[in-house]
Design a protein around this ligand. Structure first.
Ligand code: ASP
Length: 318
């Protein structure tokens, strides 16, 4: 049986491995933020303002997540998100800090920044998760405004969809996408956030992985943080982001941890896996980062002191 000392030794060895098989980070205690998809670039800019001013990773990920939430042209997050099959925009979000505190909202309507409601749940209630009408009532009582989220563009897309009303998962950016954002601050603390309008034309009431702590996002300040995007049902089934963090704890680099989680999805149901996208990104305690996904097409944005760049993720089905 492995002793705690063996385990710590293994973890320490693991911490050296990322340099070989992951993106090494430029310097210890140098902040970094990583987020999903192209819109991560703009999100990172806001997050970086916080990190570069020696701010807290938690504030950085919230600031970053709010960018696509507030952008009416992003059709997969917040304002302008594509609706469910009943024409309702329903949002999911969660946030987690360096102390393991977390907050989450699911199936909320009429609020542009569910990530900030999730943070309020974390900071102002004894609970982790509020859903639906209860979450909305809590938000309005805490100063969030009720707003219309269905933009003319999203309404038009929904009306087009209604003509055939076929529900088929689409692999990359066309029909879904979540912003998952993780950051390491100058104090060496990690936080993460995740926010989405979920799969377009989902059943009314459907909740994906994004607001589920451990599935859509997870932070363990001793080890690392991870976020997910793609078909949430498959991410929930393997408790994806918790798995990625635990794989890093076992000594895997962030990229390998993401790859092993993706492989688990692919091996459990190979036929299904061919038709969907799932992507994970991760950062470890020393700021090394990586990502992996099922299908070509997932990219992620990384901002550190050398700048902000978009990177294509490695993928399983080559
Ligand atoms: N993971 C999100 C969900 O299943 C959607 C996405 O990232 O595309 O709701």
């Amino acid at each position: 049986m492995k002793t705690r000392r063996d385990f710590l030794k293994m973890s320490a060895m693991g911490a050296m491995l990322p340099a070989m098989n992951s993106m090494p980070h430029s310097a210890a205690n140098s902040p970094i933020v990583i987020s999903t998809w192209n819109f991560g670039l703009a999100a990172n800019v806001e997050a970086w303002k916080v990190l570069s001013a020696n701010g807290r990773a938690l504030d950085a990920v919230e600031a970053g997540a709010r960018v696509p939430e507030g952008d009416p042209n992003e059709t997969s997050v917040g304002l302008g998100g594509l609706p469910d099959r009943d024409g309702k925009v329903t949002l999911d979000a969660c946030i987690m800090d360096e102390n393991g505190n977390c907050g989450s909202v699911a199936f909320v309507q009429g609020i542009v920044h569910p990530i900030s409601v999730a943070r309020a749940v974390m900071e102002k209630t004894p609970h982790v998760m509020l859903v639906g009408e209860g979450a909305e009532r809590f938000a309005f009582a805490n100063g969030f405004k009720k707003e219309k989220l269905l933009t003319p563009k999203s309404e038009q897309a929904w009306k087009e969809w209604l003509k055939t009303a076929k529900y088929k998962p689409i692999i990359n950016v066309e029909n879904h996408d979540t912003i998952g954002i993780v950051a390491l601050d100058v104090s060496g603390n990690l936080s993460g956030a995740c926010t989405t309008s979920g799969l377009a034309y989902k059943m009314h009431g459907r909740v994906g992985d994004s607001p589920i702590i451990g599935a859509g996002m997870y932070v363990d300040n001793e080890i690392g943080a991870a976020a997910a995007t793609g078909m949430g049902e498959e991410v929930i089934k393997i408790v994806g982001c918790h798995l990625v963090v635990e794989l890093m704890r076992q000594g895997n680099s962030p990229k390998d941890a993401c790859r092993l989680a993706v492989e688990r999805i692919a091996k459990k149901n190979p036929e299904r896996a061919k038709e969907i996208q799932v992507g994970f990104l991760a950062v470890n305690k020393t700021g090394d980062y990586g990502a992996f996904c099922l299908q070509k097409g997932f990219n992620y944005a990384v901002h550190d002191k050398s700048g902000n760049k978009l990177i294509d993720s490695g993928y399983y089905f080559s």
